[in-house]
Design a protein around this ligand. Sequence first.
Ligand SMILES: Cc1cc2nc3c(=O)[nH]c(=O)nc-3n(C[C@H](O)[C@H](O)[C@H](O)COP(=O)(O)OP(=O)(O)OC[C@H]3O[C@@H](n4cnc5c(N)ncnc54)[C@H](O)[C@@H]3O)c2cc1C
Length: 348
Amino acid sequence: MKDIFDVTIVGGGPAGLFSAFYSGLREMKTKVIEYHDTLGGKLNVYPEKIIWDIGGLPPQPAGKVIEHLVAQALFFKPTIVTGEKIVSIDHEGQSFVLTSESGTKHYSKTIIMAIGYGLLKPTKLQIDGAEKFELTNLLYTVQNPASLKGKRVLISGGGNSAVDWANLLEPIAAEVHLSYRKDQLKGHEAEVTKLLASQVSYHNNHDIQALVASSTDSTQIERVILKETKTGALKEVEVDVVVINHGFEYESTIFDNNSVGLSTVEDYYIQTAASNMSEIPGIFAAGDVVKHDGKLHLIAGAFHDACNAVNQAKRYIEPEAYEYGRVSSHNDSFAEENKELVKAFFVD
Ligand SMILES: Cc1cc2nc3c(=O)[nH]c(=O)nc-3n(C[C@H](O)[C@H](O)[C@H](O)COP(=O)(O)OP(=O)(O)OC[C@H]3O[C@@H](n4cnc5c(N)ncnc54)[C@H](O)[C@@H]3O)c2cc1C
């Protein structure tokens, strides 16, 4: 017997997690499938960074936001599958079948694509042998800034992440160097101004030319050789840790292997109506993967998409259902029925 879900959400980031909660609120049998072993999506890339712009939430680290999102998503007990990458989507009878890389099949009446920008992989440093330092002091994300206290850190990159990390580490690290292959940093203006006025040594127009291993431990970087991009002049920086923030590469083979006709625009996005319906009846999208006029590629936008996508999925299955979800605060019977759950949810 096939276990057919009402809604299957591909992706366990903010869009997928909030969709799962909202889908439960609308009493649909819900499954979330996430490639990584942990939920939270891109927020896991910056767990220590403070998120300021989610309505109703005081500024807090992304890691804490993940905790809230997961607690809320689990409220109606959806089925959560982690560590599975969906590689194809097909029709089977009246349902969709989603197949994972391992060959597992998931059956669903509707699908919400909440895959962000696909499978996120940090862009690796293009230097032969660099990967051997990844086990020691070559980092692509900073999981625990406190571990860099008193260390000499070199950050490579010129976007928001590089600039933010340089500012965040400057008061706690012994030295912070920022090398960027161009002249002008691309971070938020206020952060760039702060950085340029700080003790961070900014090596503009410099690329990493080589990582030099310690003479006593060949797995540890001891020095970084920087090359001036215009003159080719070299200089050395002694380091304890190197952090590479060169952006991300995205893998999205899911679009190559679907027989349902789901296509992309601008090489990646799912074009949807403002209501988050895709061109394929029964498939909806939420979060960063969405493209439509007025789409906000931020967490706040992901939440709006999630409500729309779930409401549309509900109406696809039950055309007579209300177009919008109930105003949740008006549902005294709901609160009464779920008294214990509600209590548990609000206990910090
Ligand atoms: C450094 C940085 C700082 C940011 N700061 C802010 C901020 O301050 N405020 C703000 O609002 N936004 C911020 N953002 C943007 C915010 O993180 C995104 O808008 C948000 O994460 C989008 O959520 P999502 O669920 O659409 O996608 P994601 O968070 O990318 O989640 C998508 C999930 O889908 C999974 N997935 C993809 N393909 C598959 C597949 N085939 N099978 C199974 N699973 C799959 C991925 O593994 C991932 O977990 C920031 C982003 C970055 C990179």
